[in-house]
Design a protein around this ligand. Structure first.
Ligand code: WQD
Length: 346
């Protein structure tokens, strides 16, 4: 019985695949490689010494999704596939609704048809929107403020309605805070297309000399140094949180949302300082105006995940920066673009 991982070639997905394989699970990966690289899956096998089935599949292709379930005995699904750039979602909202919602509904339909009712869903802290309830608890009112976040909130609602219609489903909704870092091998990591939107890959590219300096978006926030404060979580801690959630949905029926964060926030300038210490490189920066849509402060109360999943983050900011730097140094251009993508593999 396999665990189906949608979006398994992505930054977070590849780290989850390493964790699943090392824990002895059989996995099947679906990915359309629109924002990921098959090389990441080759390196998952390199790190773990294990092979696994992988298919280039777009979840919006309903027939293709059903075909996978007809061919392979699937025990549970970890659903990560989706478009995830906040800024882009504001520019092309229909692309985000089409891709994220249609893909999810096709997946859920196939799961229902083949009686696969154990699901871990990759949600996001963006479902909380601009809340002043800090630290954020799972019962904090939801209020996504951009199309990307709204797709995540809508998908959570879809799964809550699905559970209300059939309580034999077992569903965990994992709300990620700010994932950073890389597997300590330096062989898999974050590989953004073009200029990074997110802070850590941007800092890392400044440190290695690909970008001249960091733009700090605002230093007039109500924080100790005036810069934005976030809950950065090591991507390996995040992956372990998925393994714990998988154990939960394999043993308990019900639906629950869980914050995957550390419960501690760091400011932009604290991240710059930590990365300079980890890399031994200077990270020059300039102060710019606030970025539209940014919250001042956002970090999790991770109590529920600790109590109900038996999970908590253990990796600190120094390890997050050291592991990011190792990935950056070993792969200055990320995953080299490959000649031939994977279409189907046994
Ligand atoms: C972090 C801090 C910026 C870049 C986003 C998504 C969220 C989730 C995680 C998917 C903020 C500041 C950033 C830069 C800067 N992804 N910053 N200069 O916005 O908290 O969350 O990624 O689920 O959905 O919204 O992350 O890394 O973009 O910003 O000063 O060049 O760094 O203002 O304070 P964010 P981020």
């Amino acid at each position: 019985m396999a665990i189906l991982v949608t979006g398994g070639a992505g930054y977070i997905g590849s780290h989850i695949c390493v964790g699943l394989l090392n824990a002895g699970y059989e996995i099947v990966v679906l990915d359309n490689f629109s924002n990921s690289n098959p090389e990441a899956l080759r390196r998952v096998s390199e790190i773990t010494g294990k092979q696994f089935k992988k298919y280039q599949v777009d979840l919006v292709n309903k027939e293709r999704v059903e075909q996978i379930f007809s061919e392979i005995k699937i025990d549970a699904v970890i659903h990560l596939a989706g478009l995830k750039a906040v800024g882009e979602s504001v520019v092309v909202p229909l692309k985000y609704y089409q891709n994220n919602l249609t893909g999810t509904i096709n997946l859920a339909d196939a799961m229902k048809k083949y009686k696969v009712k154990k699901l871990v869903f990759s949600s996001s802290a963006t479902v909380y929107g601009a809340t002043d309830q800090i630290p954020i608890r799972e019962d904090t009112p939801l209020g996504a403020v951009n199309p990307y976040g709204r797709t995540k909130q809508m998908i959570e609602d879809i799964f809550r309605d699905l559970y209300d219609s059939d309580s034999t489903w077992n569903i965990a909704l994992l709300r990620y805070f700010n994932p950073i870092g890389s597997h300590n091998s330096g062989r898999i990591g974050e590989d953004p297309n073009g200029i990074p939107d997110n802070l850590m890959p941007y800092i890392s590219q400044v440190a290695i000399g690909k970008l001249p300096y960091l733009n700090v978006f605002g230093n007039d926030y109500p924080t100790k140094d005036g810069t934005g404060l976030r809950d950065y979580i090591h991507v390996v801690d995040l992956a372990i949180g998925h393994l714990k959630a998988l154990e939960k949905v394999q043993s308990t029926s019900g639906i629950g949302a869980y914050n995957l964060g550390t419960g501690r926030g760091y400011s932009v300038l604290e991240m710059v300082e930590a990365f300079e210490k980890a890399s031994g490189k200077k990270v020059p920066y300039t102060i710019k105006d606030r970025r539209q849509g940014d919250a001042a402060i956002c970090f999790a109360d991770p109590t529920k995940a600790r109590e109900q999943l038996g999970w908590e983050a253990t990796r600190g900011i120094n390890v997050m920066c050291e592991d990011t730097w190792r990935w950056q140094q070993n792969n200055p251009n990320g995953y080299e673009k490959l000649v031939k993508p994977i279409t189907k593999s046994g």
